[in-house]
Design a protein around this ligand. Structure first.
Ligand SMILES: Nc1ncnc2c1ncn2[C@@H]1O[C@H](COP(=O)(O)OP(=O)(O)O)[C@@H](O)[C@H]1O
Ligand SMILES: [Mg+2]
Length: 458
């Protein structure tokens, strides 16, 4: 049976065009035009979703919409309510979200986007009424998440949520300390979505200065500014039909937040220097290590933007709160590095595992991964011991060491080693490759991979 949707709007034109849209999308629309009818209909019928206009003409300030929402929530708390509001009264919609509305759209709406929101709300509310999210105890039920290592119930619960929300269009906000695996989770949401064959575009919003935000995100037309030599597609266009991952969203400056909000509202924007609007179909995932709620309180993060990105929120716990997973992860990283760099296999001693479990890991999984990779290189015996970590930590931190300037991954070390050797050999690549114990061709490949250039090539 098709899902029943109650459309509450006093504007005839809105009702008939929504009716048309919903019928075409396979839903059964019902209509209410007067506030007093809405309550009656909702009490007496079972709707799967309510589309509620916030600005009935009888009231000027939208208070009536808020009152209606409160009453609907009271009578049928399980029905998802989507608010419709004028672009100018987004604050009102945000208040509505706090009162339990599922999402909001601004008028005039975008049909595709509205359809997606409806679909998502109905799917998620169906899941919501499940008894309780069953936490899978057995890791092997989640074999598909092979690249995400761990058995901690908190992690398993996250993977459950990932599986549920991945196929929807719901925006997901992933929070947690740096290095906890937020990006890994974002990419697995993409991989388990129907968009997996389409682009996954990551943008580090902390790294984009306010002056470049628009050209970077929305693109530009040739001649839009001095350096615009050709037309250029922005990140949103590149992510079309796929997923955009807005990393470090808490670091986004205030003026860019407004511009971002607008695209997230209606998935429409213009390239710089081009008056034509572009509409895209993009799933939005965000991550931050800040507490956005306190940034909102301080006034440095827009509340309406927060409510636009956090329909689903996933909090990734720090590694120290899931220390049982540490030996698993450590072992995994050693195996991976052994494979990737063709190194002799090494095991981790019991004492070393204890040391790892007692370390506080302020840099979380990233720090663990780095230490394991570094340790692997420094350890002479075939078993890793606690003292090996001490050496590895020093190497990672000491700015005067040979591996300077690197954040300490094996990759960075390789790069630094190649640069140092080429320098020592005065730019002679044949001698450098000999000294490094690799073929000339391998050296060229590695130089290309690391973006290393020399003046002399012989
Ligand atoms: N559960 C995990 N299993 C395997 N690797 C992980 C896990 N969590 C994090 N990592 C790895 O740790 C590093 C940091 O993770 P990342 O997702 O970049 O963290 P964040 O975005 O939270 O800073 C990455 O190399 C990632 O692949
Ligand atoms: Mg990250």
């Amino acid at each position: 049976m098709s899902n029943r949707i109650l459309v509450c709007d006093d504007d005839d034109a809105v009702r008939s065009s929504l009716g048309f849209l919903l019928t075409k999308a396979g839903y059964t629309p019902n209509f209410a035009s007067r506030p007093e009818d809405i309550i009656e209909y909702i009490t007496e019928n079972d709707f799967d979703l309510v589309l509620l206009d916030m600005n009935f003409s009888v009231s000027i300030n939208g208070e009536e919409g808020i009152e209606l929402l409160k009453r609907i929530r009271l009578i049928k708390p399980a029905i998802p309510v989507i608010l419709m509001t004028a672009w100018a009264s987004v604050e009102l919609a945000v208040r509505g979200i706090k009162l339990g509305a599922y999402d909001f759209v601004t008028k005039p709406w975008n049909n595709i986007q509205l359809h997606k929101i409806i679909e998502t709300s109905i799917t998620l509310s169906g899941n919501r009424s499940d008894e309780k999210v069953s936490v899978l105890k057995k890791r092997d039920k989640l074999v598909e998440f092979q690249a995400i290592i761990g058995e901690d119930p908190k992690l398993i619960e996250i993977l459950e949520i990932v599986k549920r929300v991945a196929p929807t269009h719901a925006p997901v906000l992933i929070t947690g300390e740096s290095g906890t695996g937020k990006e890994l989770i974002a990419s697995s949401i993409h991989l388990y979505s129907t968009r997996k064959a389409k682009p996954f575009v990551k943008v580090n919003l902390g790294g984009i200065p306010a002056s470049l935000f628009e050209s970077e995100m929305f693109g530009y037309r040739k001649g839009a500014f001095t350096d615009a030599k050709t037309d250029h597609a922005g990140r949103f266009e590149k992510a079309n039909k796929g997923t955009i991952f807005l990393d470090e969203i808490g670091d986004l400056n205030f003026s860019s937040q407004v511009k971002l909000l607008r695209v997230l509202q209606d998935q429409t924007f213009e390239r710089l220097g081009d008056p034509n609007s572009i509409t895209v179909d993009v799933r939005v995932l965000s991550a931050t290590n800040h507490n956005l709620y306190s940034l909102v309180n301080k006034g440095s993060f827009r509340e309406d933007l927060l409510y636009r990105i956090n329909l689903i929120q996933i909090e990734v716990p720090p590694l120290r709160q899931r220390s049982d997973d540490i030996p698993l992860l450590a072992n995994y990283f050693v195996d991976q590095a052994v494979k990737t760099y063709s190194l002799p296999a090494k095991s981790i001693s019991r004492e070393a595992n204890e040391w790892l479990c007692n370390h506080p890991w302020p840099g979380n999984v990233r720090e663990l991964k780095n230490i394991m990779e570094r340790t692997l290189l420094l350890t002479k015996s075939d078993e890793i011991k606690p003292e090996d970590f001490i050496g590895a930590q020093k190497t990672g931190r000491n700015p005067d060491s040979k591996w300077n300037g690197s954040s300490g991954t094996l990759d960075d070390m390789e790069k630094q080693m190649i640069i140092n050797t080429i320098e020592e050999c005065g730019g002679n690549l044949s001698r450098s490759s000999e000294k490094l114990g690799i073929s000339r061709a391998t050296l060229y490949r590695k130089m290309e991979k690391h973006g290393i250039q020399t003046e002399k090539n012989e």
